[in-house]
Design a protein around this ligand. Structure first.
Ligand code: HEC
Length: 132
């Protein structure tokens, strides 16, 4: 009896999961992708603008098209920070050091946008967390 009950629960779970997974349409996907790409574009603009720091330097001067940012290797140990950090911590490190600016709050939409742009530029590259 107990076993049947467990089976019923499992069936309900999977059926429920499927129903949930089906709860979006092609229009939803299009809308969400457009929302994402808008943030990527904001990130791209920031990456090429001198507004993040105080010395008129922009990210693209050292990382053209987000080169050598290796988002796929995060989280990883970064010797500049002496611990395991996320991509956003390294973005802030560059804002504070090469750009001589103030670090962005971790929930700042500009930080999310920079992450979105940098990661989008590396789409398709296999994840390699911790890699050097
Ligand atoms: C003056 C040159 C310079 C500028 C400008 C610069 N960076 Fe960097 N960036 C570096 C150096 C040097 C490193 C350290 C490389 C290392 O040791 O991993 C680095 C590392 C990074 C990394 C980590 C790379 C990795 O392989 O783990 C990211 C992400 C990054 N920068 C993003 C940015 C962003 C975003 C900006 C603009 C806010 C920016 N950088 C501006 C020089 C620069």
């Amino acid at each position: 009896m107990k076993r049947y009950f467990a089976l019923l629960l499992m069936l309900a779970f999977f059926a429920g999961g499927k129903a949930l997974a089906d709860e979006f349409t092609k229009e939803d996907l299009k809308k969400w992708h457009e929302a994402f790409m808008k943030v990527v574009e904001e990130g791209e603009k920031l990456f090429h603008s001198p507004t993040l720091g105080k010395n008129k330097v922009s990210c693209d001067m050292c990382h053209p098209n987000a080169a050598n940012t290796h988002p796929e290797t995060y989280p990883k140990f970064q010797k500049q920070l002496g611990k395991v950090v996320g991509l956003r911590d390294m973005i802030n490190w560059c804002i504070q050091n090469p750009l001589e600016g103030e670090p962005l709050p971790l929930d700042d939409p500009r930080l999310i946008a920079l992450e979105a742009y940098i990661t989008w530029e590396r789409r398709g590259v296999p994840l390699a967390p911790g890699k050097h």
